[in-house]
Design a protein. Structure first.
Length: 244
């Protein structure tokens, strides 16, 4: 059994894979006393643990300590790579890229084997473009919904608003409307740019993942929802390492 973990800046996503497929999955907090609640099996039955994380080094070490107290199997962290299996990273300093982005792209590459766009709507929203040859063409990093909201709350003294996830992007007539509609308006603009770029580049497949994925889909993003794209890419890489 393989335990795969995607520890982002907001949440930890975990999945237990067995020979026949997914056995269990869930959410946790990387700093929690138990970051993998509801893990349904005894620690001895897990043979490998693979981790993809963009959390701080302190949080990563806390997680590894916690895992090694519970699981006797080898625990391995996976990072961004220059290339794998025809997928080529556009970063000259590939280690700088968040591991989640690389693993999501690899998960998409395994499925598509042609050009695609990955939108990962997590704490930050990342958009990555990959051409038909597997060449990563580059990407974007912008603040996620909660990050944008928080920055308005924290960094502006006189913006008081009640947050709500409206789909209305018409001009607001109160502070709350201006903020809530404004965030929807920005998300719609992002969606429009992704659609435009996919059309211009002749890239058909758009995949979306992350906690904010369903909101983007509800706002009109024409993409395939792949909630476990990071874990899929990570699990495939760990499986290759075993057979190396
Ligand atoms: N209903 C929602 N609408 C939009 N965004 C959401 C919603 N719920 C969660 N999110 C976003 O998803 C993030 C958590 O998703 P996740 O993919 O687990 O992030 P991370 O990988 O950074 O931990 C939150 O920080 C938030 O920005
Ligand atoms: C951009 C990110 C913060 C997204 O992480 P998330 O919001 O999903 O937790 C993460 O991929 C990261 O820390 N990247 C490092 C910088 C880079 O990718 O270039
Ligand atoms: K993520």
């Amino acid at each position: 059994m393989r335990l795969v973990i995607d520890a982002g800046n907001s949440r930890l996503k975990w999945r237990l894979d067995g020979a026949g497929g997914v056995l269990a999955q869930g959410l946790g907090g990387i700093e929690d006393a138990d970051p993998i609640p509801e893990l349904p099996v005894g620690a001895g039955t897990i043979s490998r643990v693979a981790v993809s994380t963009v959390a701080s080094e302190e949080k990563r070490l806390h997680l590894l300590q916690n895992l090694s107290n519970r699981v006797s199997a080898p625990i391995r962290c996976y990072w961004s790579e220059a290339c794998r299996d025809g997928l080529v990273n556009a970063y000259s300093n590939y280690q700088q890229m968040g591991a989640d982005r690389w693993h999501a792209m690899y998960g998409a590459w395994l499925d598509c084997k042609q050009g695609f766009i990955v939108v990962d709507a997590g704490s930050a929203i990342t958009v990555d473009y990959v051409g038909s040859s597997g060449q990563h063409l580059g990407g974007f990093i912008v603040p996620g919904l909660h990050m944008m909201r928080r920055s308005l709350q924290v960094d502006a003294a006189r913006i008081g608003f009640d947050a709500s996830n409206v789909s209305d992007s018409s001009p607001g007539k109160s502070t709350s409307e201006c903020v809530n509609h404004g965030l929807t308006w920005l998300s719609s603009a992002l969606i429009g740019r992704v659609h435009g770029d996919s059309k211009n580049a002749g890239v058909r497949d758009i995949l979306v993942t992350g906690g904010g994925a369903e909101r983007l889909l509800s706002l009109g993003l024409k993409a395939t929802y792949r909630p476990s794209l990071v874990l899929d890419g990570l699990a495939a890489i760990d499986a290759q390492v075993v057979t190396e």
